[in-house]
Design a protein around this ligand. Sequence first.
Ligand code: 26V
Length: 801
Amino acid sequence: MTEHTSPETSVASFRSSLLKHLQFTAGKDPKHSTVFDWRIALSHTLRDHAVDPWFASTRRTWDEDRKRVYYLSMEFLIGRLTEDLAINLGLRDIAAEALESLGVDFETVASEEPDAALGNGGLGRLAACYLESMATVGCPAYGYGLRYEHGLFEQSFKDGRQQENPENWLAHGNPWDYARPETVYGVGFGGDVYEENGVLRWQPGTHVQAQAFDSPVVGYGGKWANTLRLWAATPNADLFDLGRFNSGDFAAAAEPEALARSLSRVLYPNDTTDGGKQLRLSQEYFLTSASVQDIVRRHLVNHDSLENLDAHVAIQMNDTHPAIAGPELIRILVDEHGFDFDRATDLSTLVLGYTNHTLLPEALERWTVGLMRNVLPRHLQIIERLDQKFVELQAGSHHPARLISGDQVNMGDLAFTTSHRVNGVSALHTELVRTELFPAHDALHPDRIVNITNGITPRRWLKLANPALADLITKTIGEGWETDLDRLRELEAHADDPAFLNAFAQTKLAAKERFSQWLKEEHDLDLPTNALVDSQVKRMHEYKRQLLNILWTIAHYQRIKRDPNAGWVPRVKIFAGKAAPSYHTAKDIIKLINDVAEVVNNDPETQHLLRIVFPPNYNVTMAEKLIPASDLSEQISTAGMEASGTGNMKFALNGALTIGTLDGANVEIREHVGADNFFLFGLTTEEVAQRRSQRGHSRAAIEKSQALQDILQAVAEGTFSPDEPYRFGQLVDNMWNSDWFLVASDFDDYDRAQQEVEEAYRDTARWNRMAVLNIARMGYFSSDRSVREYMTEVWGVESAL
Ligand code: 26V
């Protein structure tokens, strides 16, 4: 491999490469270049440096006939790549210097890049962290996804209500990917199944072409690079109806083509229900079929048969979205390669792994048999046969679990039966997957379910997002923590050193100032930097309980009003997150937060003690600035409902303390950082189940809490919506009469924990010590650790490094 990071030559050569790309790629001279032109020059210069490690890694995988991992995901929530790639190539400072010598500021240029939001939330961002970690630890891997023209919608507020606007990240092109017009596969849909000489053949009604676009994914240090391959739907020429066109019906002529293009047009913005949408199922099959065809084709380049596929290929399904991979692989083995059905099933199962990311019943994918037959008739036959086998395996059971129940195909059960490993994403979640979701499967295959607790990449979420803290860490314990995050433990030795605690506090202040300036410039919002910054940022969902947070904020406001001189800690409450466009309750909660903010922020009596800030359009880029600026991380979901959470890890790694329930990875974070350094509250998973079974539990809880009664009364009376007093009638009514998410039951204990936060923050040295201990003990939550566990527990793949 060539030495591409040598500092002696690099600034000058980087500079000349920038100028070359400015001239020949952007087609501009420096005098007339815009920030966009400089961004094109910078990204192409960086991409050039990615090519050597990329080719070298790919070549070695071929030469050594290494087993490859294929990570299939409908979502990759990537964010920006310029600075990430610069850091991983070791070129961050060189690039900045080279640009500076040309009178251009690195950050200004990097900030011009659109945020690639090809994902909804946790599941999509996890896929992006894992891609980066697989490259860093030298795991030969491909990410496979869709090249959506439009990622997750852009959120704005109009009168405090969410508006959705289409996102357009490709408007000015994507400098990171290489189009591969020669790598195309036909993906079939619909049609019929025929018997031909005793074998079944699927004759699809239509075909759509999937075209590959490849981006290099470079690991930290540039020692290894993998490929992210995204598929775009490119309708084949015969979809354009020339007959209709010639007869003058121009609109109808383009219809089948439009349908084909719709397959990669837009990311579905829901992360719960999306019942029965044919386009969604078609998108899932489009991703899966193109990817499986590509995997099989690559294997056959240097192997005579598919017999030993499991020795060379591991396919990971990111949730059930690509769960049609099982039937697809079986179909290819049986229908196209003459395998016996049982052998094809066993082989497919050895190749496939399935990660479950949610227990929410409305988020578990089910497709009706009718829809399945319309879109994928051959796959339905295969699923029916797998269902029979599954029932036979449960011989003796009076109520066997089924892959098809009633008229529904259950994709979770399908994914389970076609995988040799099924994993949950935190210890608690995995236990619930075992006992609540798949008990019948678990009884048949007790070794199949494993836990792999989620992780986050410390390159993006510490080194890139929090340069001041990263520098302090390097100054204190030396280099190398970026790829060996357990080394952060060495910081513990400094947790009682006032000078170090002070230096940590300075990094927090710097991050607050940076975020404050960004909020002003981007959103004209004011963030005081002398206050406790208390953040809840994530998708808007009832189970995540933003409602609990805003109701407590109202209580806090009322108390400050009652006794303004009680020595309150100044606080800023930050909320950020999107609601699914059709999720009306989540949208009402957004409106409530914005209405409360309007009142609280304009109250001259309390302004200096309490603010509410809700910037619109939360995305990866905002997270990178917001998380380092936070002191308190709100992880307050109803116990048993958040599979893991990964924002919780990002905050703790950046020295925020957590106020949270015993849910998802909070449990393990608390074990690692120590119970003394975590603000715990709330019912446990078991208590949640118990409480829900008690009739009238919410009314009883409210009647016990004077604070909660006062808040609900204020909301019900229209204190925050004087123009429409009953605006939040439904929310309040639901609190009294139903309250599935147990906001009322957990309110008083949350309030108690918030008082403890207040007390701890008043003692600056104590708070900073707790924060430093959090950072020092978060090494376990590196996604490098997670990926290594997948490699040994699921994929059977070795590092090439
Ligand atoms: C479901 C659906 C249903 C159909 C329409 C599109 C769509 C998109 C996503 C989903 C499932 C989302 C599940 C998810 O994001 N789970 C989160 O996964 C994180 C990573 O494991 C985890 O940290 C979060 O706790 C979990 O909520």
